[in-house]
Design a protein around this ligand. Structure first.
Ligand code: FAD
Ligand code: UDP
Length: 379
């Protein structure tokens, strides 16, 4: 065999796995169907701005091992995500905190905020879906203004038909703290995400514009001892049990002749009528304070959610009941594979953040190495 590992996909799962394997003396080949490396964290440089081509990415984690791992390859800046929601022209702070409650109701103390939310959550009993979860956490007013429209655009489904865990991703705080995440560590790689990917893949053989299903599937499988697959799991099994559903996105990128378009990296548009969910102004991820004025132009991206169809990009797994049952059938097939490791957002059909993806790649690499060693000892 020419390689120890053939890795399908150069996103964070594939790139982390390749780094770990290469560092322990294994021969790897990474292929990716896109014309570039990095999967969804890839950035394109436009006039000195790193444009997050596949949606805004903020690195955040409480996992010290993951944080130390990424910091071996790149330094991170002090960016902290604080998002503003625009609901019919009025602005509110996100995630849900005392600033949001003040903006919504004029309440000034945690006690007043709790009382207001309590008075609006009374009708809800057992929590079975996102709508009930949201009302129970922040009350009906905030649900109607900041959650319902955004979520139904984002997922193309009624909040009543979505799992409650999606809204629990966002913190709810009774303090004046606009940090979007609760994690210990946060930032953007200095020089952009491509630096991280380049370092992870340094010294690794890579081929872009190469689809695993482009006619050579059998040959690819024979080329390496083990296949690491990070594409869609239902593709891997040629949709034997049917297609899993994903949510897709369309981005409209625009270069504007102004140094500062919206004053913040991410503004969400939470009403149902605005067709996009958010506008990202990329320079704010890396240019702090008055630094934004050093560059007379800016790049913004409007993000439009859309249904996934073959040929589009699959961005989010839809973890509702029907899809979870279908995924379990594919997972059962995957568990029977001896020489294939499935990893990442698409192959594990999980709503992983970047740190989860890296942690999983580390864990799966270590487990597989242990398995090989124990097999060698037996023979
Ligand atoms: P991917 O990055 O999707 O990589 C998979 C790769 O496999 C792709 O390059 C693809 O081209 C390739 N591939 C697929 N099929 C084939 C095939 N048949 N042949 C060859 N190659 C193939 N996480 C955070 O922590 N913070 C954030 O702020 C954040 N924001 C996000 C915003 C959006 C809009 C999205 C969609 C995700 C966000 N994430 C964020 C999650 C983050 O993108 C993922 O956790 C991470 O990128 C997953 O890495 P991956 O390697 O699993 O998948
Ligand atoms: N959400 C919302 N209003 C907002 C932002 C988020 O209702 O202004 C909901 C929406 O359902 C979304 C979920 O919270 O899918 C999780 O948000 P997050 O920002 O974590 O989404 P992601 O970054 O994964 O797109």
């Amino acid at each position: 065999m020419k390689y120890d590992y053939l890795i399908v996909g150069s996103g964070l799962f594939g790139a982390t796995f390749a780094r770990l394997a290469t560092d322990s003396g294994k021969r790897c080949l990474v292929i990716d169907k896109r014309p570039h490396l990095g999967g969804n964290v890839y950035c394109k440089e436009v006039g000195g701005v790193h444009v997050h081509q596949y949606g805004p990415h903020i690195f955040h984690t409480s996992d010290k091992k993951v944080w130390e791992f990424v910091n071996r390859f790149v330094e991170f800046n002090r960016f902290t995500l604080m998002t503003v929601a625009n609901y019919k022209g009025r602005l509110y702070n996100l995630p849900f905190n005392m600033n949001t409650f003040y903006g919504m109701w004029g309440v000034k103390t945690p006690e007043e905020a709790r009382a207001k939310i309590e008075s609006q959550r009374k009708a809800v009993g057992q929590i079975t879906n996102l709508e009930e979860q949201a009302i129970s956490l922040v009350g009906r007013d905030i649900y109607e203004a900041l959650i319902k429209g955004y979520t139904e655009k984002q997922w193309g489904r009624a909040c009543k038909d979505l799992p409650s865990f999606i809204i629990r991703r966002l913190p709810v705080r009774y303090t004046f703290d606009n940090n979007y995440f609760n994690d210990t560590y946060q930032g953007i790689p200095i020089g952009g995400y491509n630096v991280l990917i380049e370092k992870l893949l340094e010294g690794v053989e890579v081929r872009t514009d190469t689809d695993f299903f482009g006619g050579m599937e059998h040959e690819w499988k024979e080329m390496a001892e083990t296949l690491v697959y990070t594409g869609k799991i239902d593709d891997f099994y040629h949709h034997r049990y049917g297609e899993l559903q994903y949510r897709s996105l369309r981005f409209e990128h625009e270069l504007l002749p102004t140094p500062n378009y919206q004053g913040i990296a991410i503004m969400n548009f939470t009403d149902r009528e605005t067709p996009y969910t958010r506008i990202v102004e990329h320079k704010h991820f890396e240019m702090m304070g008055s630094e934004v004025n050093n560059l007379p132009m800016t790049v913004i991206s409007r993000e439009y959610p859309q249904e996934y169809c073959q040929g589009a990009e699959a961005y989010y797994p839809v973890n509702d009941e029907a899809n979870s049952l279908l995924y379990a059938k594919y997972q059962a097939l995957a568990e029977k594979e001896d020489r294939v490791i499935f990893g990442g957002r698409l192959a594990e059909y999980k709503y992983y953040d970047m740190d989860d993806t890296i942690a999983k790649a580390m864990e799966k690499f270590c487990k597989y190495q242990e398995k090989i060693v124990s097999l060698q000892q037996k023979t």
